[in-house]
Every structure is written in C-alpha cells, then in structure tokens.
Design a binder for this molecule. Structure first.
Ligand code: SF4
Length: 471
C-alpha cells in the first residue's frame, strides 16, 4: 500500500546530538585522537588586541584547514560550504548545528596576517614532533637529511635576465609582498647570501625562487624543501625552506641539527646524507665541532682520468707532515725554516705539497706522474682528517645500513610529490615556502604517528581523496 505524501514541517524544537551522528569508525575520529591544538590560543595571545570585538577561534580555523587538507578541498569558499553542510566536518571543527561557519576571507586574512607573524605553522609542526617524541617514536640516534626541489608558483615568461635585473631600483613601498620578502632576505644565508653567483633569470612575481636545471631537464623556478628525519620511524624532526643551491641546502642541514638540539635536546650519533653534503667544511663541522659521525660520501675531485698518479697513490706521513710519492721521494710544503711559522693553508683552505724539481727531472716515473709540469704537486685540505673519518666510515657495515636508511627521507619526498601531488608551491615568497613546508612536515609527521599507532596511512587516505594543501 502506498504511504501518504510526506509533507515537510520544520519542528519547533530539535533534540539533536552531533556526537551520535558521526560514525565510530569515521576517519576524522581517528585523526582527532592525534591532533592536539590546546596550546594554539596561549601561543597566539600576543597577536590579538586586548580590546574590540572577539575574533573567530583560531583553533577552529586550523581544524577547518586540516579538513580541507585531508579531504582534498582546495578552495576556501568550498571548504566553508562543506563544513557548513557536513556533520562530521562540523564535529571535527567543534561546531554545533547552529554555529556559524567563518567567512572564506577570514582564512587569507589570518594566513597572511597573525598566523604568519606568529609563525603558527612552525609551532604546529613542533607540537606534532614533540608528541611523536613523547610517544617514543623518535630515538634521536640516527638522523638523515635531504633536499628536494619544489617548483615555485611562477614562470619563465614573467622574469628578467641577470644582466637586466636591478634589485636596488625596486621601491619596497610599491612592491608585491613576495618581492618585499625577497628584499628582506638578501643577506640571509638560506636565500640571498647563499651564493654570489647570480641566477640566469629572476622572477618578477617571486624573485627569491631559484632558476635551476638541477633535474637535468628544462630549467624552472624552484625552492628547496629540506627535511631532517629520525630514521627509526621516518618522523620529520625539522624542515627548512631555502634557495635551490647546494650551499644553502648544506647550511640548512647545520641549522636544523642545532635547532633540533635546542628544541628537543636530541643529539644524533650519526648523520646520513648523499654526496651533496660531503664537502670538507661540512664533514669537519659534523665530526669535530658536533661529534656526529658523518655517514656521507666524501666529495673528492683528486681522481685523474689521464692515467697519471692520483693523490691516493701518495702516502701521507702526519708526523713528518709530508707525502711520499711512488718513486719514494718526499713532497713538502716548505723546504726551509721560516722565522715566523706559516700555516701553509691558502685562501681556499688547501695546503700544497711539492716534490723537488731535481727529483722529478731524473725520475723514470715522470711520464705517468707529472708529464706536463716540471715537478709534481699534491693538494691537501685543512679538513682532511675529517674527510678521512668519513672515508673510513664508508668501509663499515654501519655505512651499508645507513645507505638503506637514507631511502626513508627520499620516501618522504616521494610521498610529497607522487602521492600528494605537492610538486608545485601555491604560496609565493620565502615566507610562503616556509609555511608550506612546515605544513607538509606537520602532516607527514602526523601521518607517521598515526601509522605507528593505528597502522593506518593518512597519506594514502589523502591520495584517495586527491587532497591538497590550503596552507
Ligand atoms: S715524478 Fe717526482 S713526484 Fe712523481 S714519482 Fe717521480 S720523483 Fe716522485
């Protein structure tokens, strides 16, 4: 029998409990258990006025941003609509049925305003790391570091060649926010002061980004995302945004090691990295100044391709401070005593040891030692003892294990680019890159946390939803 037509009559009173309508196994319940935003209000107090109309709860904004990220809602307008309509989203954001959802413009206002001034995303990232440490997911014994290029939100057409780029004529008062940030970071070791080499092109809309062809393909503008992880569970312990040049990336590794020591009191016994971090000063800094074993391949350009003797064919005698050549002769820096002792190191921190011309002139090995020069010369870095430490480590079983552990940091970048499709920035300027990478670091660490506790991969859920970042 057909039922009677249902007429809609709105009830005068409702008895409705949001908690009862969110399924016990809903994904957001799993995330909610691991998200701790209690400290946000305390942290943001100095950035709000003491008088005036009460603001929207900052925790609500962060929870909404998390929903947008996890559920793949890119548009801030759509996010507000979804939170308005979806009961589970309301529950996660602590909004009751009758509570108003903030306007979409509130997000951009806060992101570029007090959230950035207060470095809130950094604070969020550190709170996730702290929780991972408290739960025993981080031993702090073995760290791995790497950098990856993330394409900047700009293109080649909107750029100027290095001959025509004149930063001194830019008026900061009239410049875009990203350009003002570029001017402010010209002396920053992670950006402008990383190298004196001018890039071939500079972008107008995001001049701090680096024109690079490091991927061996067509060049493009990019920033480098630098991550330092604890290799136990691949929890990201620190993040740094830099220009995409090696000097800046190596500097970022130093910054992160010191910051992790200050913030979390973690002092690793080894640092695992690829050849890009194997410069002599970096190895010396790790081994001598920080007492960290460098599990890093040494950058060594002493090899020769023409078949003549390499530096490795000369034996160094530390007591005598001399090299012995394959012909049994001594190579020295000085052959007479100076009144004032000399260090022997040149401006490039390299010492030069020379054979006697008379020895080489009469040597039968000259054609395979120094066929074009009258006497043989061998160079030695002042950091050679540290380079030797790193070379000896590469012969151990521990190093073979470290090579496998290094894959974990590369896996984080693979998650970032292949699964989350976050291979292009959506924010401009050094601050935009910083916020973006801090946000990514928080989510990837949270992901590892949830995986370890619930055997559930947040990133795979996000892939299913095609999620992306709003922050
Ligand atoms: S050429 Fe000079 S440095 Fe080379 S093996 Fe002969 S003596 Fe030694």
């Amino acid at each position: 029998m057909m039922g009677s037509k249902k007429e809609f009559h709105s009830a005068l009173f409702y008895e409705f409990c949001l908690e009862d309508h969110v399924p016990a196994d809903h994904f957001l319940r799993s995330v909610d258990r691991f998200v701790d935003l209690n400290d946000i209000r305390k942290y943001l107090v100095p950035f709000y006025s003491d008088i005036g109309r009460p603001s929207i709860d900052p925790e609500l904004l962060i929870r909404m941003l998390l929903v947008g990220y996890i559920m793949g809602i890119r548009s801030e307008r759509r996010l507000c609509e979804e939170v308005h309509l979806n009961l589970a989203y309301r529950w996660f954001c602590r909004l009751d049925l009758g509570d108003a959802v903030p306007d979409h413009s509130t997000f951009s206002k806060n992101r570029h305003g007090r959230f950035r001034e207060s470095d809130l995303f950094r604070q969020l990232f550190e709170s996730v790391v702290t929780r991972c440490i408290e739960e025993g997911l981080v031993s702090g014994q073995r760290f791995a570091v790497d950098a990856s290029l993330i394409e900047a939100d700009t293109n080649r057409q909107n750029s100027t060649s290095k001959e025509e780029w004149k930063p001194e004529v830019i008026n900061p008062a009239e410049a875009l926010r990203a350009v003002r940030e570029y001017l402010a970071t010209l002396d920053d070791a992670a950006f402008g002061a990383a190298t004196t080499v001018q890039p071939k092109f500079t972008s107008h809309s995001d001049p701090a980004s680096q024109w690079t062809a490091a991927r061996k393909g067509p060049a493009y503008f990019a920033y480098s995302a630098n991550y330092m992880i604890d290799t136990d569970n691949a929890v990201i312990l620190d993040v740094e945004a830099t220009r995409s040049v090696r000097q800046a990336e190596v500097g970022a590794a130093r910054t992160m090691i010191d910051r992790i020591a200050d913030k979390f009191n973690l002092h690793p016994e080894r640092l695992i990295a690829d050849t890009a971090y194997g410069s002599a000063p970096m190895l010396d800094w790790l081994a001598q100044q920080r007492g960290i074993a460098p599990h890093i391949p040494v950058i060594d350009k002493s090899g020769r391709k023409d078949g003549t003797f390499e530096r490795a064919d000369f034996i160094y005698d530390a007591d005598d401070d001399s090299y012995t050549c394959p012909g049994g002769k001594k190579l020295r820096q000085f052959r007479r005593a100076y009144k004032t002792p000399r260090s022997g190191a040149d401006k490039d921190n390299t010492m030069r040891y020379r054979a006697k011309k008379t020895d080489c002139d009469t040597c039968g090995l000259k054609s395979v030692c120094t066929p074009r020069e009258p006497q043989r010369k061998v160079t030695r870095s002042i950091y050679e003892p540290s380079r030797d430490i790193a070379r000896n480590i590469t012969k151990t079983i521990d190093y073979a294990i470290s090579c496998k552990l290094r894959k974990k940091v590369e896996m984080s970048f693979a998650h970032l680019k292949r699964i989350l499709k976050l291979d292009r920035l959506r924010l401009r300027g050094p601050c935009g890159a910083k916020d973006f990478f801090n946000g990514i670091g928080s989510m990837l660490s949270l992901d590892m946390y949830i995986q370890c506790k619930q055997f559930f991969a947040l990133t795979y859920f996000m892939k299913f939803h095609g999620s992306s970042f709003l922050i």
